[in-house]
Design a protein around this ligand. Structure first.
Ligand SMILES: [Ca+2]
Ligand SMILES: [Ca+2]
Ligand SMILES: [Ca+2]
Ligand SMILES: [Ca+2]
Length: 266
């Protein structure tokens, strides 16, 4: 009796989770999101004192993973060089995701990370020099809302998207800062200390959708007979667009994935 009760309880919980899937879970399920930095301002203080505007950068795709093993696969790796190609600084920082709030209609997610590389890195802006970067800190806060499922407006993702993410909370929650020492001195020298930060960052992105890994082989907004037919049609082949688990063969494992998630839509 007890086992049966537990099983029914677990099933109810699963069904409830399915019905009331939270936005953060839906974002994580998509596996990635496209991101566009629209621009902001920078300020450098210390040995150098200057400020200006940071121009918009090309859209990029971020791939979610669980970098800190807390069960939430929403962490991203921010490549500063990709975000700010003008600066010529190549450094990456893992931003760990925390769900601040999520009522199923709107979610707020924080991404934060910090590294202490203590490495000499070439920069080309605002002057061409080397900096021994001692601290890199990144913060992003995004508000996730539902949109009509369709192709990624930023053209980065292969699956359709149904979530939009907008920057939220201003400078207190969106900042990229770097600290280090000009000319790469062997020891910390306060006269050479510089701190650069980006404020007033304006960004947005898209994510969600149903990835190929859960059986949405045609990339649209539902897992249905079209996906089933595509897998059956390519059964036994190595067609990558029908290979849900990426093992090089379209076989019963891929078919089961489609069947298991059959009927899911966003
Ligand atoms: Ca995580
Ligand atoms: Ca914005
Ligand atoms: Ca589909
Ligand atoms: Ca396969």
């Amino acid at each position: 009796m007890m086992t049966k009760g537990l099983t029914i309880g677990a099933l109810s919980a699963l069904m409830l989770a399915g019905v009331h899937a939270q936005l953060a879970q839906e974002l994580a399920r998509g596996g990635n999101f496209s991101w566009k930095f629209n621009g902001g301002n920078y300020a450098i203080s210390g040995a150098l004192n200057t400020s200006g505007t940071v121009s918009a950068s090309n859209p990029v795709a971020f791939f979610f993973r669980d970098a800190n093993n807390d069960g939430l696969a929403l962490d991203i790796t921010l490549d500063v060089g990709q975000l700010l190609p003008d600066i010529g600084l190549s450094v990456t920082v893992d931003l760990i995701a925390t769900v601040v709030s999520d009522d199923g209609t709107t979610a707020v997610i924080d991404w934060r990370g910090q590294i202490q590389p203590n490495q000499c890195i070439q920069v080309t802006q605002p002057i061409q020099t080397t900096i021994r970067v001692t601290n890199v800190q990144g913060k992003l806060r995004g508000r996730v809302t539902r949109i009509t499922c369709g192709t990624d407006p930023l053209g980065q993702l292969s699956q359709n998207v149904h979530l939009r993410i907008d920057d939220e909370g201003g400078n207190a929650f969106n900042e990229l800062s770097l600290e280090g020492y000009l000319f790469c001195p062997p020891e910390n020298n306060q006269f050479l200390f510089v701190r650069a930060s980006i404020s007033d960052a304006d960004w947005f992105g898209y994510g969600g959708g149903l990835p190929i890994t859960i059986g949405n082989v045609n990339g649209d907004c539902t897992i249905d007979d079209a996906d089933l037919l595509q897998v059956l049609f390519n059964f036994g082949s190595s067609d990558a667009s029908s290979d849900t688990n990426g093992d090089g063969t379209v076989d019963d494992a891929d078919l089961l994935t489609v069947l298991f998630n059959f009927g899911t839509s966003v």
